[in-house]
Structure formats: C-alpha cells, structure tokens
Unconditional design. Structure first.
Length: 84
C-alpha cells in the first residue's frame, strides 16, 4: 500500500468515526433531556406539543425521509396513522 492510498484510508476512517461520534453525542444529549421532557408531559402538556417534541427527537436520531406515528383510538382501539 503506498502513502497516498494509506492517507486516503486514514481520512475515510476519520470521517466514519466523526460521523458515528456525532450520532452518539446527539443520542446522549437527547437522553439527558428526557427528564425535562417527562416533567413537561406531567405538567399537562398538550398532546400536540408532546407529538411535535417526539417527532423532533426521533427526527434528530433517525434521518429518514418520512416518519409516521400510530395512535390508538381509545373508543374502539383502532390504529390511526399520522404521517410526519
């Protein structure tokens, strides 16, 4: 393996590790804020606010193009789809 190829491999490894570390850091930061989020919910936070905050948190952890939530209708237990 020549020097140029070795430098390229090292650069690719550094990029990979930096990207993975970023996701870990974001996950840890969100975990640290779960207590605050739980307090908001306990203090009669509106369902819309809970839904929006949950959507934001999931969106920052998973970079999917589309996300969806299922809600359970308390009257008849039907699943209701909500696309984000």
């Amino acid at each position: 393996m020549d020097i140029a190829e070795n430098k390229l491999n090292n650069a690719e490894r550094v990029t990979f590790l930096e990207e993975n570390k970023r996701h870990i850091q974001i996950s840890l930061e969100l975990a640290l804020t779960l207590g605050d989020f739980q307090n908001e919910i306990n203090n009669n936070c509106s369902p819309e606010r809970i839904f929006k905050e949950t959507e934001n948190r999931i969106g920052s952890l998973m970079g999917f193009e589309a996300r969806a939530f299922y809600f359970v209708d308390l009257n008849d237990s039907d699943l209701l789809l909500s696309v984000c």
